[in-house]
Ligand binder design. Structure first.
Ligand code: GLC
Length: 715
């Protein structure tokens, strides 16, 4: 449909029909499916006529249901405007990939995009046209349950992977039936909730928003995301849902976003408990004025806009919002084909294809991070193992945002190891907590003839995800107890972690001979764990979120400011410097960290200039030698520090990275080109520019070390 036809359609709509297009309710409203929602329940004040005016729905369905609902809907919608179906397809649909925080540890943009492409093929075949993904909230507090959905603490990685997800979902043309409209969320800075407590207040400077939190949303929009979801949280005093600076000035006027803005679940009516709206009428007026085009899962717009739109200005805002929703439907071809080629046959052929499972296995292997290895890994094939713990043979490894994943499709860790020629002497799936002394003694007796004990430990899925904030981030004490008792047998103990957040591993780090962070690895997780255990895959994952040295250290992240009394500078000052008296400043495992079965050595740093002008480039390189016995992937990381600027700048910022695969005893020269653009930041005059002065560059294997050199930028 052409844009002018859309405008004409809007002019033919009644006020009620227009308001309907701005309202999103659950798909189950149309077929009484009994599915749990992803948020609070609220009474929907719509009558049986208005039900056929609703613009979009969200929630579970399949191809047959979509066809049935759309058919019924079109019979009753006066102007034949089709319904648009949205859903949370976050890291896979039927084929579930590792959680996004895990996927980001692959540092593999192409792989991330591939997972989104597959999700779009599967989700669209089951009748969806839009997904509430990617989430690109910067996260620095592992107490927050939703760190699982993010691409970690770094701005560059969230920007790259968020854009990759958008490309994967939307492909080149949303008229193609196997695409999904992408919704970037949660705008903005939802991950900075105070205390890591979900839905809590966010209060951060514009400096920090501009330099650290905004770029990933901006890059996802530049990649073409057609939907933006406003976040639940207050941002600097004003809830994002009605934050006109955020939604009108920044998003619309500065970034020129011309897509559709949707509230989060119930967020319009939550303006009342937020204390910025008297009642639904107030909430509706403030939301529409701020630029919320679609109200998710409540009906304040239906309740209040008929009255409010007697005011001409409000009716103009209403028409603008309706046009955006109709353009969204037009973008994905719904007016031409309200069913978008969906059929049960096509769905059956698409879901869980073997090639999709293969990508899921590759993604899980590349996402896992080996944190410690005393040499016990990779396992020799004749070793007899005992596999014990809550995740020994547990199918619940998909993560809390895998709404359509089927546990029956999951390969457990036990099944994965069984597929290898490893002798499993014992396998015991234990409770997550309260593993009592007697049971532990029995378990110890069962493992006496094994050469190696593998403990599959971690968190339950419900301890992560939305509304999954916790105050403690260490393993359950009974799981630690299990490890301690197993160590008494004087056998090597390998710990596998299945969890959704960085954990406090200070109480197990010295007890385990090896620790593999598996995250919630998805449908093929067990095979990927086994691939790594036996060396069929040489672990290459690198952390994208710091693992703290205890919960007291939070927030801890690599790109922090130096302070006026840096601990590592004031080496002779015992007390008066920025430190804890009882723990180190450094995390237990830093951003970018990960080990494997190779042994990569860095040497031979080169760089072409000590001084550059703005139109010149710095060329630098490093020699990486694989001194190990295994071919492996190394992620060479390039960090920058702006030594003197308008504002205090981070001690390190990731500005580029390259992955190289090197055979044993071979060398790769990894080179980077640095342009002045990469040295810019949002300064005190609200300009995005670089300063003359000294810049320090570090090339290394993680954020804590590397070869360093300095270059001066001159005018
Ligand atoms: C939830 C989440 C959001 C999700 C939406 C729809 O509350 O905050 O990320 O996409 O509601 O389920």
């Amino acid at each position: 449909m052409k844009k002018e036809e859309i405008k004409k359609l809007v002019s033919n709509m009644t006020l009620e029909e227009k308001i309907g297009q701005l309202t999103q309710i659950r798909t189950s409203y149309y077929n009484n499916m009994n599915t749990s929602g992803t948020g609070t329940k609220s009474k929907l004040n719509i009558n049986n006529n208005q039900k056929w005016m609703i613009g979009t729905v969200l929630g579970k369905l399949d191809a047959a249901m979509m066809i049935e609902i759309q058919k019924e809907y079109l019979k009753n919608n006066r102007l034949g405007i089709p319904l648009l179906f949205m859903h949370d397809i976050i890291h896979g649909f039927k084929t579930i990939f590792p959680i996004p925080l895990a996927l980001s540890c692959s540092w593999d943009e192409g792989l991330v995009e591939k997972t989104a492409r597959i999700s779009a093929k599967e989700g669209s075949s089951s009748g969806y046209q839009a997904t509430f993904s990617p989430m690109v909230d910067i996260v620095r507090d592992p107490r927050w349950g939703r760190v699982i959905e993010s691409y970690g603490e770094d701005t560059l990685l969230n920007s790259l992977f968020g854009a990759a997800m958008v490309r994967g979902y939307q492909n080149n043309d949303l008229k193609e039936e196997d695409t999904l409209i992408s919704c970037v969320k949660h705008f903005a800075a939802y991950g900075a909730a105070e205390g890591g407590r979900d839905y809590n207040t966010v209060d951060i400077s514009e400096y920090r928003l501009r330099n650290e939190y905004f770029p990933p949303y901006y890059e996802a929009i530049k990649a073409g995301a057609k939907l933006v979801m406003a976040s639940f949280n207050v941002l600097n005093g004003v809830p994002s849902t009605v934050n006109r600076w955020l939604l009108r000035e920044v998003l619309r006027n500065e970034w020129m976003f011309d897509g559709t803005v949707i509230s989060d679940w119930g967020a319009v009516k939550e303006l009342i408990p937020h204390g910025v709206a008297e009642d639904s009428k107030d909430a509706a007026e403030l939301s529409l004025k701020a630029g919320i085009d679609i109200e998710m899962s409540t009906t304040a717009y239906f309740e209040a806009l008929p009255e409010l739109c007697k005011d001409k200005n409000m009716e103009k805002l209403l028409d603008e919002a309706v046009e955006k929703v109709l353009l969204l439907k037009n973008e994905c071809g719904l007016f031409e084909d309200p069913y978008r080629g969906v059929s049960t046959e096509k769905e059956k052929k698409t879901l869980l294809r073997s090639d999709f499972r293969k990508v899921a296995r590759e993604a899980a292997s590349k996402s896992m991070v080996l944190l410690k290895n005393s040499g016990v890994l990779p396992l020799e094939s004749n070793k007899k193992v005992a596999l014990v713990g809550p995740y020994a043979n547990n199918k619940s490894i998909l993560g809390p945002w895998s709404l359509d994943g089927d546990l029956n499709d999951v390969v457990t860790i036990y099944e994965g190891i069984k597929n290898k020629n490893i002798i499993i002497e014992a396998v015991e799936t234990t409770p997550f907590s309260d593993i009592n002394e007697e049971d532990i003694s029995k378990l110890m007796n069962k493992v006496t003839t094994s050469d190696v004990v593998i403990l599959a430990l971690g968190e339950e899925e419900k301890q992560s995800g939305e509304a999954g904030s916790v105050s403690k981030i260490s393993l359950e004490s009974s799981q630690v107890k299990l490890l301690e008792r197993m160590k008494e047998l004087n056998k090597p103990v390998i710990v596998l972690l299945v969890n959704g957040r960085p954990l406090d591993l200070t109480n197990i780090i010295n007890k385990a001979d090896a620790i593999l962070e598996c995250w919630f690895p998805g449908t093929e997780g067990g095979n990927s764990v086994a691939d790594i255990l036996v060396g069929d895959y040489n672990p290459s994952g690198r952390l994208t979120m710091s693992f703290p040295n205890g919960v007291g250290q939070i927030p801890v992240y690599y790109n922090n400011l130096a302070t006026g009394r840096p601990k590592d500078l004031l080496v002779n000052e015992k007390r008066y410097k920025s430190q804890y008296l009882d723990i180190p400043n450094e995390p237990l495992f830093p951003f970018g960290f990960g080990i494997g079965y190779s042994n990569f050595e860095y040497s031979g740093l080169t760089f072409n200039k000590n001084k550059i002008k703005r139109n010149e480039e710095i060329k630098c390189s490093i020699k990486v030698t694989n001194k190990g016995k295994y071919r492996g992937i190394e992620t060479v990381q390039l960090y920058m520090r702006d030594k003197v600027a308008d504002t205090s700048r981070p001690v390190k910022e990731l500005i580029n990275f390259k992955q190289v695969e090197i055979n044993p005893n071979e060398i790769e020269i990894v080179d980077f080109v640095i342009s002045e653009k990469q040295l810019r930041y949002w300064n005190t005059e609200n300009q995005y520019k670089s300063d003359d002065g000294v810049f320090e560059f570090t090339i290394g294997k993680d954020s804590s070390s590397g070869a360093m050199f300095e270059v001066t930028l001159i005018s």
